[in-house]
Design a protein around this ligand. Structure first.
Ligand SMILES: *Cc1c(COP(=O)(O)O)cnc(C)c1O
Length: 410
């Protein structure tokens, strides 16, 4: 058989590693601890001489199966799963950076990631925020103590698209770690490995789990970065293949020390949800495209931000990089409409945070998820008070179009 497609390969990933009792899903192993007939085996597992399970904060068979599935989706060599997407970002960066290090980050960030990076600066890690839609801006910000570049594929809520491949080239030339948050595109729309990413973050809470019933996060090692000369690694984890040193330290030290581990029940929900990732995204991206086309030019809508629209500043870049243009768009309403009244009139659209659900969700971002950062930072990110972000779901297109139509008419 030729290389199987995205869905064919992930559907059978549990089975491939030989699962218990021939069960089709990896069973949910709730045990926190694992024992061995010979106590010497326990010692060997702890010392890394033998493969096996020790304590649930670091390893669990159900979580491991999900990790393997994500590695498969991302084309990576290994994945570490965490309790949330934020835990994945925080633990990984704390594990790889030290006082005196510098990182370059996209200025267009998920709000909580922005908050985390601001705390880094109070712990002696310098961060420079740049417009990552342009590789030249990233280049200018690099310093002698720069260790990594952090970007998101499509930024929310304004849907800026990062100059992913050119930044990848730059990082390779300069020996920098290239960290890509792939949450808004997921490995179905884009594999950051193809743009030379070193480490890939996914919030599993969003599209990969897909049903808003479990929190989770992951970091995947693509195998492209040679950690052989990277300074912030401990000798204990510098064993074997140099492309795996960092993910080993993240799993063995980061996960152990911070303890934000993914639970087996959540891992199971996420794994089952991920089986239909491609199907859900096909429908959601198509809905997002049709809705943004309808809203673009509507007299009561000032502006639509969606990379699929030809007048989006990074439309061509998105067309080159991604399978589809994603399922997030934002609109600025005309001054004659109050954003809260508008959301209240929408019947199928749920007013809530979160994104990547099967349902269409809407949120007035300046008043909610971007409230705490204050008006100045909001202005720098182009977030005005009337901006409403939508995470488009898998409802029938006609129903969504009808709903937006009546809510704008009201
Ligand atoms: C939601 C999100 C996160 C954080 O994920 P949680 O699972 O909510 O912690 C990180 N990055 C992006 C782009 C997100 O949308």
């Amino acid at each position: 058989m030729d290389t199987p497609g995205f869905t064919s390969s992930i559907l059978h990933s549990d089975r491939r590693s030989g699962i218990e009792h021939g069960s089709i899903h990896k069973p949910v192993h709730t045990a926190v601890t694992f024992t061995y007939d010979d106590a010497r085996d326990l010692a060997d597992v702890f010392q890394g001489k033998k493969a096996g399970y020790s304590y649930g904060r670091q390893v669990n068979p159900t979580v491991n199966a999900l990790q393997d599935k994500i590695s498969l989706m991302e084309g990576g060599v290994a994945t570490a799963a965490f309790a949330t997407g934020m835990a994945a970002i925080g633990t990984t960066l704390f594990t790889l950076l030290r006082q005196g290090d510098h990182m370059v980050s996209s200025a267009f960030l998920f709000g909580n990631t922005n908050s985390l990076f601001n705390s880094f600066t109070t712990h002696g890690i310098e961060v420079t925020f740049v417009d990552a839609t342009d590789v030249a801006e990233v280049d200018k910000a690099i310093q002698p103590n720069t260790r990594l570049v952090f970007v998101e594929t499509i930024a929310n809520p304004r849907t800026q698209v990062t100059d992913l491949a050119r930044i990848g080239e730059l990082c390779e030339q300069r020996g920098l770690i290239y960290f890509v948050d792939n949450t808004l595109t997921t490995p179905y729309l884009f594999q950051p490995r193809s743009a030379k990413a070193s480490l890939v973050i996914n919030s599993l809470t969003k599209y990969i789990g897909g049903h808003a019933n479990a929190l989770g996060g992951s970091v995947t090692e693509t195998g492209l970065y040679d950690w052989g000369n990277y300074p912030n690694l401990y000798d204990n984890y510098k064993k074997g293949d140099t492309s795996k040193w960092a993910i080993t330290q993240i799993k063995k030290k980061g996960l152990r020390d911070f303890g934000a581990s993914l639970g087996p029940e959540a891992a199971h929900h996420i794994s089952v949800g991920s089986d239909t990732l491609a199907l859900r995204l096909e429908r959601a991206c198509s809905n997002a495209m049709q809705l943004s086309e309808y809203l673009n030019g509507h007299p009561k809508v000032k502006k639509v931000y969606y990379p699929g629209l030809p007048d989006h500043p990074e439309h061509n870049l998105a067309a080159e990089l991604f399978r589809h243009y994603g399922a997030i768009f934002s609109i600025e309403l005309d001054d004659s409409i109050d954003c809260f009244d508008f959301l209240n009139r929408l019947d199928l659209v749920v007013s809530t945070s979160n994104l990547g659900d099967t349902r269409t969700l809407g949120i007035p971002v300046a008043h909610s998820i971007y409230y705490e950062m204050g008006p100045e930072r909001r202005a720098s990110m182009g977030i005005v008070d009337s901006l409403v972000r939508f995470s488009v779901g898998i409802e029938e297109t006609e129903d969504l179009l009808e709903d937006f139509k009546q809510a704008l008419a009201g």
